[in-house]
Write a protein that binds this ligand. Structure first.
Ligand code: ZN
Length: 330
């Protein structure tokens, strides 16, 4: 399929590389793999060549995880977000404006500053929304602020006004909460821990009442919504049975309502037709978007699977291109 749009595609910046200690990732993911990833995160021409040979017209790029979310100092995080958005605009999007678009980096260490930076990034740089790498550390790396928590609603207020999507991207669980993975370090990240962390974060959003207050919010989840299409029906069933109906938390409606009305999902890093068909049947084909997760995944692997997946040609065009074009007004 030609003309595809992908939207969980990552870059880095010299500033991010200077602050981020990648030794843990190299140990967990393998040195050769991470060397290849690190090289591709910083350059553009190989990316464009891979897009050309995979039938991908447009990549929506974003800073790789954990980005601003892991910076402990509030002022440093706020400044980092601004510099990152300027760098991505000048050095990546600006060089290929027809092929590359971007999600903004925001620093929720200050929800007010994150709101202002999102507005600047959208209005001045033409960014399409924000990509947030899970919870935010504030002060030390064992603290977390999740996106449903009260201080963050000031940020959501701006997101609702701007009416742009937020991509909720994974990060690794808090260092103090990894007992479950002890002895199996390869499970902490993308192989397993990412999905557990991010699916639970998304459920927190659904139960918080956020979508009752701001019904137009749009959250995008990668990796076929981190398993939620399969797990959400059981979650809803059990919440209904628990604690005389108070299992719904602060939300007015069942979780399936928010999933169907406030969420999109992408195929990033999850190239499996049975999972795709289950996702389509839970959320509807209009809310499913093709993506690769480059350079952690290969655009060729993603496209070879997707272009031949056993779905209708109408669905392939929607998932591969027109759903994203509609969502982002491209
Ligand atoms: Zn990713």
């Amino acid at each position: 399929m030609k003309g595809k749009i992908v939207l969980e595609e990552h870059v880095t910046t010299p500033l991010n590389n200077s602050l981020w200690d990648a030794s843990g990732e190299a140990a967990r993911n393998g040195k050769a793999y991470m060397e290849n990833v690190d090289k591709r995160l910083l350059e553009t021409e190989q990316r464009i060549a891979d897009m050309d040979s995979s039938g991908i017209a447009t990549s929506v790029i974003s800073l790789t995880s954990p980005g601003a979310q892991s910076l402990l100092d509030v002022n440093q995080a706020v400044d980092f977000a601004r510099q990152t958005n300027d760098y991505i605009t000048e050095h990546y999007v600006g060089k290929h404006p027809q092929r590359l678009k971007a999600f903004a980096t925001v620093a929720l260490q200050s929800p007010r500053a994150a709101a202002d930076e999102l507005e600047r990034a959208v209005k001045q740089h033409g960014m399409l929304g924000a990509l947030i790498n899970g919870y935010t550390n504030i002060g030390d790396n064992n603290t977390a602020q999740y996106l449903d928590e009260q201080p963050v609603w000031e940020f959501w207020d701006k997101v609702a006004q701007l009416n742009v999507p937020v991509y909720l991207h994974p990060r690794e669980p808090l260092p103090s909460q990894r007992r479950l993975y002890e002895g199996y370090p390869s499970l902490v990240g993308s192989a397993w821990g990412f999905a557990h962390e991010t699916a639970t974060h998304a459920i927190r959003l659904m139960l918080s009442g956020l979508f009752d207050r701001y019904p137009n919010l749009t959250i995008i989840l990668g990796h076929l919504a981190e398993g939620l299409p399969l797990m959400l029906p059981r979650l809803e069933h059990r919440l209904n049975m628990q604690r005389e109906g108070v299992g719904l938390g602060n939300a007015e409606k069942p979780v399936s309502h928010y999933f169907s009305n406030n969420f999109y999902l992408t195929t990033a890093g999850h190239f499996h037709t049975k999972g795709l068909l289950d996702s389509i049947s839970e959320i509807g084909v209009d809310r499913v978007l093709f993506s690769a997760d480059y350079p952690y995944e290969s655009m060729h692997t993603a496209s070879e699977w997707f272009d031949k997946a056993l779905i209708s040609e109408n669905d392939r065009i929607k998932i591969g291109r027109t759903n994203a074009a509609r969502l982002f007004n491209l």
